[in-house]
Design a protein around this ligand. Structure first.
Ligand code: ADP
Ligand code: ZN
Length: 210
């Protein structure tokens, strides 16, 4: 089984959704820089304040801010991890490598842009546990409530069409180069994320060998 894993893919590809199931199936922690930054923002920490304007506009938060929180977190993980939303730039990937982290697998979850926009604009998120739903494609059992923890679901402020287009642009310009970067290192696998959640999960199971 691959233990130190990076999930790569555009916003809305299903990284967060799959990470929630993978963390249970593989017994490794889910580390989402997006969740960490949203948490910092809601607690009003210095980092949260600095990251806020970037996140609201759909831009990437500067590498130095994000690298700092990841380094602290990874240092305490000895049994592997599932990185979701990090690295997102070549500079972040180089930083990760300079930290001495040896990655076992990088999985690109591939989905076309038009599908992503539809998914994100209908997305509902749990502010408490990070679970994700979709108004029509993947509704919660009780309308507006998280299946996992019962808290009220919210639409993320950056899940609107204007900001989504910014995020997709940031992905194509700044994050997509990582596909080649990890391919050259022989670490990249690609799965098709356009189908159902079950279908995506079955592909991940093969690639990550669990
Ligand atoms: P999504 O993948 O749906 O766009 P995330 O929850 O991963 O959402 O990220 C939300 C926002 O947090 C991003 O748009 C960006 O502003 C910021 N962010 C998260 N991870 C990183 C990162 N590794 N580097 C820079 N910014 C990040
Ligand atoms: Zn929840």
């Amino acid at each position: 089984m691959k233990k130190r894993v990076i999930l790569l893919g555009p916003p809305g590809a299903g990284k967060g959704t799959h990470a929630k199931s993978l963390t249970v199936a593989m017994h490794i922690p889910h580390i989402s820089t997006g969740d960490m930054l949203r948490d910092a923002r809601s607690r009003g920490t210095e980092l949260g304040k600095q990251a806020d304007s970037y996140m609201s506009s759909g831009a990437l938060v500067p590498d130095a801010l994000v690298n700092g929180i990841v380094a602290e977190r990874l240092a305490s993980e000895t049994n592997g991890y599932l990185l979701d939303g990090y690295p997102r730039t070549i500079a972040q990937a180089e930083y990760l490598s300079a930290c001495g982290e040896k990655i076992d697998a990088v999985v690109l979850i591939d989905v076309a842009d038009d599908v992503l926009i539809e998914r994100i604009v209908g997305r509902l998120s749990c502010p408490n546990c990070g679970a994700v739903y979709h108004r029509t494609n993947m509704p919660p059992k009780v309308s507006g409530k998280c299946d996992a923890c019962g808290k009220d679901l919210v639409q993320r402020a950056d899940d609107n069409e204007v900001t989504v287009r910014q995020r997709l642009e940031a992905y194509h310009k700044q994050t997509q180069p990582l596909v080649d970067y990890y391919d050259k290192l022989g670490l990249l696998s690609k799965i098709d994320g356009a189908g159902s959640v079950e279908d995506g999960f079955a592909q991940l199971k093969k690639v990550l060998e669990f």
